[in-house]
Design a protein around this ligand. Sequence first.
Ligand SMILES: *[C@@H]1O[C@H](CO)[C@@H](O)[C@H](O)[C@H]1NC(C)=O
Ligand SMILES: *[C@@H]1O[C@H](CO)[C@@H](O)[C@H](O)[C@H]1NC(C)=O
Ligand SMILES: *[C@@H]1O[C@H](CO)[C@@H](O)[C@H](O)[C@H]1NC(C)=O
Ligand SMILES: *[C@@H]1O[C@H](CO)[C@@H](O)[C@H](O)[C@H]1NC(C)=O
Length: 145
Amino acid sequence: MHTSFFAARLVVLAAIASVVAGQTLPAGCDRNITVQPGDTCNEISAAYNVSTYQLAEVNTGIIDPACDDLYVGEVLCLGITGQDCNVTHVMQTGDTCYSIAAAAGISINTLLTNNPNLNTICTNLYPGEVLCTASQIYVNITYSN
Ligand SMILES: *[C@@H]1O[C@H](CO)[C@@H](O)[C@H](O)[C@H]1NC(C)=O
Ligand SMILES: *[C@@H]1O[C@H](CO)[C@@H](O)[C@H](O)[C@H]1NC(C)=O
Ligand SMILES: *[C@@H]1O[C@H](CO)[C@@H](O)[C@H](O)[C@H]1NC(C)=O
Ligand SMILES: *[C@@H]1O[C@H](CO)[C@@H](O)[C@H](O)[C@H]1NC(C)=O
């Protein structure tokens, strides 16, 4: 009797969990994580090789632009299949776009294209920001120099 009661409760909880996850994750999500206590967007990005831009873009409408509305247990998508850059660099004090691009063996244009949150003269980098440093282009916003 007790066993089936608890089994039934587990089924209900699992159903609720999948509904919540289904509401949260965009179509084509190929990686997801559950927010843990103390997480910040850039810490999640750094831990899972997701750019700051991509995490925000994929979770538009779920995370606000300042990323101050994360909650423990929230499920976030990290990337969409085919548009999921997982080669990243965490900006350190002293890094420049030139040094980051050179270290990654990519052009500045590729770096700027894959990270549309950077301005074209790259003066808005900040320590802890996570950049996509892949040589493949993942973002469909044309950078014009
Ligand atoms: C989240 O990712 C896990 C694998 O890490 C997967 O088993 C699960 O189905 C994903 N959740 C959703 C809702 O896609
Ligand atoms: C992130 O990338 C680094 C370097 O390529 C790799 O060693 C690490 O396993 C990756 N972490 C995850 C969670 O994919
Ligand atoms: C990035 O994703 C590709 C394709 O899923 C995978 O083969 C590769 O190991 C990943 N690289 C890292 C650093 O996680
Ligand atoms: C870029 O746009 C093209 C055409 O709309 C689409 O087929 C492709 O999947 C997009 N690529 C990325 C990385 O978003």
